[in-house]
Design a protein around this ligand. Structure first.
Ligand SMILES: O=P(O)(O)OC[C@H]1O[C@H](OP(=O)(O)OP(=O)(O)O)[C@H](O)[C@@H]1O
Ligand code: HPA
Ligand SMILES: [Mg+2]
Length: 186
């Protein structure tokens, strides 16, 4: 493995661990949606960009019309705690009415973001609506959001890498690591 960033306290999941788990989720989705006519994967930017790009390449549905769309939201800004306000920075380009929708998220922490998205997208009358989430902090959840596909359950530490940021940094790291506390606690 390439050198670990000095602000990473420990690596929770290596690039290989992530690859293997994402492939498993891709296989599950392939099996669950083999009879779907129209599957839309909705990536929630920015955090899900790596998970989304690896996940779509792990899905093999040649007879299904698989499309991608994106929404951009923000609730953390430059903090390690949710502001509690989910701001939609960019909405979908497509109409999801009648389609099978999977929301692709990097992490559930408080659950506020995903809960908001499920309510919002559910109101647009999709044929079905499920969620694929790479990381879940079970002990941090304030609102219980149903998740069909979960990568890993993780402890209450702040995670960076594989798309996840702290104050917009570290998204490029190929692994999932714990950010050193001294980087955000003064
Ligand atoms: O369960 P919650 O407590 O709501 O936290 C999860 C959300 O917070 C992060 O987004 P953020 O606001 O940092 O935007 P980003 O994806 O652009 O980093 C993360 O990507 C999730 O979307
Ligand atoms: O642990 C985290 N890391 C990065 N972004 C996040 N958004 C919610 N929790 C986290
Ligand atoms: Mg963020």
């Amino acid at each position: 493995m390439s050198e670990i960033h000095p602000n990473v306290k420990r690596v929770l999941y290596s690039a290989d661990d992530i690859k293997n788990r994402v492939q498993e989720i891709g296989k599950q989705i392939t099996n669950d949606y083999k009879d779907s006519k129209d599957l839309v994967l909705i990536g929630i930017l920015k955090g899900s960009f790596m998970f989304m790009s690896d996940l779509v390449r792990s899905i093999n549905l040649p007879k299904t019309n698989v499309t991608l769309d994106f929404m951009a939201i923000s609730s953390y800004g430059h903090s390690t705690n949710s502001s509690g306000v989910v701001r939609i920075l960019m909405d979908l380009k497509s109409n999801i009415e009648g389609k099978d929708v999977i929301i692709v998220e990097d992490i559930i922490d408080s659950g506020l973001t995903l809960n908001h998205l499920v309510e919002l997208l559910g109101s647009r009358k999709p044929n079905s609506l499920h969620t694929a989430v790479l990381l879940r902090k079970k002990d941090g959840i304030k609102i219980d959001v149903p998740c069909r596909y979960i990568g890993f359950d993780i402890p209450m530490v702040f995670i960076i890498g594989y798309g996840l940021d702290f104050a917009e940094n570290y998204r490029e790291l190929p692994y999932l690591g714990e950010l050193r506390e001294e980087c955000y606690k003064k």
